[in-house]
Design a protein around this ligand. Structure first.
Ligand SMILES: Nc1ncnc2c1ncn2[C@@H]1O[C@H](COP(=O)(O)OS(=O)(=O)O)[C@@H](OP(=O)(O)O)[C@H]1O
Length: 257
């Protein structure tokens, strides 16, 4: 169900290494987009892969996390569905989001004549008086508790697993073992499924037939951000992170300066 830029694609592809998991190929956007939702559950099912008896079918659409109608719509489909939420340290997530928005803007309108330089992350996250620009969307999405409380009003906590996206980058196997257990799957994914690619700087995936890394849009180089700004943002998120820890009953240990 999200969160955007926290490793949703990596998580989906890594889980798909398991023989009892089938995945939808793209982002389905059934529950968050009215034009899809109004096509009905049969349409949703048709977007799903074929699966054998006992296999688990998964899909990811990160905007589910922030779209208000989604929890209730999912519950109406299946109140016992299992949900995975992958999170990342909020400032890193915001920088990743900014990096993607900037890359998308550059692709959408390639400069054929001199255009003003895009605003820096620092310019966007702080007002001119130095206060945090809470309305800047990449910051707002990192305030996880604002969105999560709606999910917990609709689903019991036991149906939701919080996956640590920073740890999934550093060392994927322990996170995947937790998920296998949560999903009631036999433990199958192990270190034999991964190799570290020095050029990409990330783990890549291996199965019986192929070795592959995620696409170049996953694992972008982030711009250097002024450490004072990072520190200011971490302080700002401190209180929000505590609220998130309380909601989920887990301390993610994110730095506060
Ligand atoms: N193994 C591996 N390879 C490449 N990338 C990895 C991997 N594991 C996690 N990640 C992190 O995934 C981040 C992208 O997250 P999402 O897939 O959720 O992005 S999106 O919201 O669907 O656009 C992406 O963010 P950026 O580093 O900012 O590009 C990665 O840090």
């Amino acid at each position: 169900m999200g969160v955007r830029k926290c490793g949703t694609r990596a998580l989906l592809e890594m889980l798909y290494l398991h023989p009892m998991v089938q995945k939808a190929s793209g982002e389905v956007h059934f529950f968050d987009r009215d034009e899809n939702y109004n096509k009905g559950l049969e349409w949703y099912k048709m977007q799903m892969p074929h699966s054998h008896y006992g296999q688990i079918t998964i899909e990811k659409s990160p905007s589910y996390f922030v779209t208000p109608e989604v929890p209730e719509r999912i519950r109406a489909m299946n109140a016992s569905v299992k949900l995975l939420l992958i999170v990342r340290e909020p400032v890193t997530r915001a920088i990743s989001d900014y990096t993607q928005l900037r890359a998308n803007a550059a692709t959408a309108s390639p400069a054929t004549f001199p255009t003003p330089a895009p605003k820096t992350f620092e310019q966007l996250v702080l007002h001119s008086n130095g206060s945090v620009n809470e309305g800047y969307r990449p910051l707002a999405i990192s305030v996880y508790h604002h969105y999560l409380h709606r999910w917990l009003e609709v689903f019991p906590r036991e149906q939701l697993l919080i996956v640590n996206g920073d740890q999934l980058i550093e060392d994927p196997v322990p996170q995947l073992k937790r998920i296998e257990k949560f999903l009631g799957l036999e433990s199958k994914i192990g270190s034999h499924n991964f190799y570290f690619n020095e050029t990409k700087g990330f783990y890549c995936l291996r199965n019986e037939t192929s070795n592959r890394c995620l696409r170049e849009t996953k694992g972008r180089k982030h711009p250097r951000v002024d450490p004072h700004v990072v520190s200011k943002l971490r302080k700002y998120f401190g209180e929000h992170n505590q609220k998130f820890y309380e909601l989920v009953g887990e301390d993610m240990g994110w730095p506060e300066d």
